[in-house]
Design a protein around this ligand. Structure first.
Ligand SMILES: [Zn+2]
Length: 378
C-alpha cells in the first residue's frame, strides 16, 4: 500500500491534489484537520465531525500524556477506540506544547508572531521547560509536577496512543531567538530526528520529520535539506512566523523536500495563509483557531469573521450565512445565537463550532476542486 500519491498537479501553482492511505482510511489532500487537543473536538461528537466532512483529526501528545496518560489509552486499545473515532489520526510530538508553555508566553507567542513582545521577555523561556542535548524536563501546566520528554519517550508515547501519523520530537524555537541560538536548536532538532527514526518500532505508523530553522533563510534551507534527506514518510514545517514571513519560509524550504511525500504546515489555520501555503505545495493543515473562535462567539464566513455578541444581532432574524448549508444556519437565526452566547448556554458553543468547521471543510473542498479544474485558488 502506497502511503501517499500525488493525483494531480495544479497548472497555475505548486499546489497538488493528493491521497494519503492509512490503516484507518484515506485523507484527500490538501486537507485541514480539526484539533482534538484532549481526545475531543470540543463540544462535537466524532459522528458530527464525519458529517461535517473531515476524514482525519489531530490530537496532542503533550495533553494526552498528562491526562489521562498514554498507558491508560493503550490499555483501552488505542486513541481511535478510546474516543470512538474510526478514521485517521495524527499526533504531534509534544514539542510545541512543551516549548510554548516553556516560553511562559503561551498566548503571546503563537504560530504567528505578535510583534508587540519585547525581546527581554524571551528570557522567560526557561520558566517551565529546561532543555539539554538528551531531552526536555518540564513542569505540568496542570499540577506543577515534573516530567521529561526525550525523542525516544515521545515516540514510545505516540506508539502507545496508536495514531496513523506521528511526528518526531523537535525543539520549537521561540521566533524571538537570535541566529546563534536558532542554529544550535536546529542542530539539536536534527539529532533528535535521527534518534526518533531509530526509536520507532511500529510499522503501521507513518513518521514525519520536522523542518525548523526559525526566520533565517540559510538555516531553514539547511534544515529542509537535512530533514528532507532522511527516510521519513512525510514532513512537517514547524516554528512560528511573523506576518508575511510564512510565505517566504515556505519558498525557502519546499524545493528541498521530496515531492512524492506529504507536507504538513503545523498549527497554521487562517484562511488566507492556507491558500498561500497550498499554492506553495502544502498538503496538510491543523489549527485550533476555527473551534476556539467559535467558543468565543466568532463566526467564520466568506465575508470575513464577526462576533455574534454585538448588540446589533439581538433581533436579527437572518442565519449566520445565507449561503451556508450547515445545521446551524439551516435551523437557527442570529438573534437566537446572540442570546445563547449572552446567556453562556453551551448550545451556543456547539452550534458555532459546527458552523465554523463546516465552513472550513467547504473551504478545503473548494480548494481541492480548484486544483482539479485548474482554476485560480482563492
Ligand atoms: Zn453555517
Amino acid at each position: 500500500m502506497e502511503f501517499f500519491k500525488v493525483l494531480k498537479k495544479h497548472k497555475h501553482s505548486k499546489a497538488r491534489l493528493g491521497l494519503i492511505k492509512t490503516a484507518h482510511g484515506n485523507i484527500h489532500t490538501p486537507a485541514f484537520l480539526p484539533v482534538a487537543t484532549k481526545a475531543a473536538i470540543k463540544s462535537l461528537s466524532p459522528e458530527e465531525i464525519k458529517k461535517i466532512g473531515f476524514e482525519a483529526i489531530l490530537s496532542n501528545t503533550y495533553h494526552l500524556y498528562l491526562q489521562p496518560g498514554s498507558k491508560i489509552i493503550k490499555k483501552l486499545g488505542d486513541l481511535h477506540k478510546f474516543m470512538n473515532w474510526p478514521g485517521p489520526i495524527i499526533t504531534d510530538s509534544g514539542g510545541f506544547q512543551v516549548f510554548s508553555l516553556g516560553f511562559g508566553l503561551k498566548d503571546k507567542v503563537g504560530k504567528i508572531l505578535n510583534k508587540n513582545i519585547q525581546e527581554e521577555q524571551v528570557g522567560q523561556q526557561a520558566k517551565l521547560a529546561r532543555i539539554d542535548q538528551a531531552g526536555v524536563t518540564f513542569t505540568s501546566h496542570l499540577d506543577g509536577s515534573h516530567h521529561r520528554f526525550t525523542p525516544e519517550s515521545s515516540i514510545k508515547i505516540q506508539e502507545d496512543l496508536g495514531a496513523d501519523i506521528i511526528f518526531v520530537f523537535d525543539e520549537c524555537t521561540s521566533p524571538l531567538a537570535n541566529y546563534d541560538y536558532t542554529q544550535k536548536s536546529m542542530e539539536r532538532t536534527h539529532q533528535w530526528a535521527q534518534r526518533c527514526l531509530k526509536a520507532k518500532k511500529r510499522n503501521k505508523q507513518a513518521l514525519f520529520g520536522i523542518v525548523q530553522g526559525g526566520l533565517f533563510k540559510d538555516l531553514r534551507q539547511a534544515s529542509a535539506k537535512f530533514i528532507g534527506d532522511l527516510p521519513f514518510d512525510g514532513f512537517g514545517i514547524g516554528g512560528s512566523f511573523g506576518k508575511g514571513e510564512m510565505k517566504k519560509a515556505l519558498d525557502w524550504v519546499i524545493p528541498y523536500l521530496p515531492s512524492n511525500k506529504p507536507r504538513h504546515l503545523l498549527g497554521i489555520g487562517y484562511l488566507d495563509d492556507i491558500k498561500e501555503a497550498v499554492k506553495r505545495g502544502i498538503d496538510l493543515f491543523d489549527c485550533v483557531q476555527p473551534t476556539r473562535l467559535a467558543r468565543h462567539g466568532t463566526f467564520l464566513t466568506a465575508q470575513g469573521k464577526f462576533s455574534i455578541l454585538k448588540s446589533v444581532y439581538q433581533t436579527d432574524k437572518k442565519p449566520i450565512s445565507k449561503n451556508c448549508s450547515c445545521d446551524t444556519c439551516q435551523n437557527f437565526n442570529r438573534a437566537y445565537l446572540h442570546h445563547l452566547f449572552k446567556t453562556k448556554e453551551i448550545l451556543g458553543a456547539r452550534l458555532a463550532t459546527f458552523h465554523n468547521l463546516w465552513f472550513i471543510s467547504r473551504f478545503m473542498e473548494k480548494i481541492r476542486r480548484d486544483i482539479k479544474e485548474d482554476k485560480n485558488i482563492g
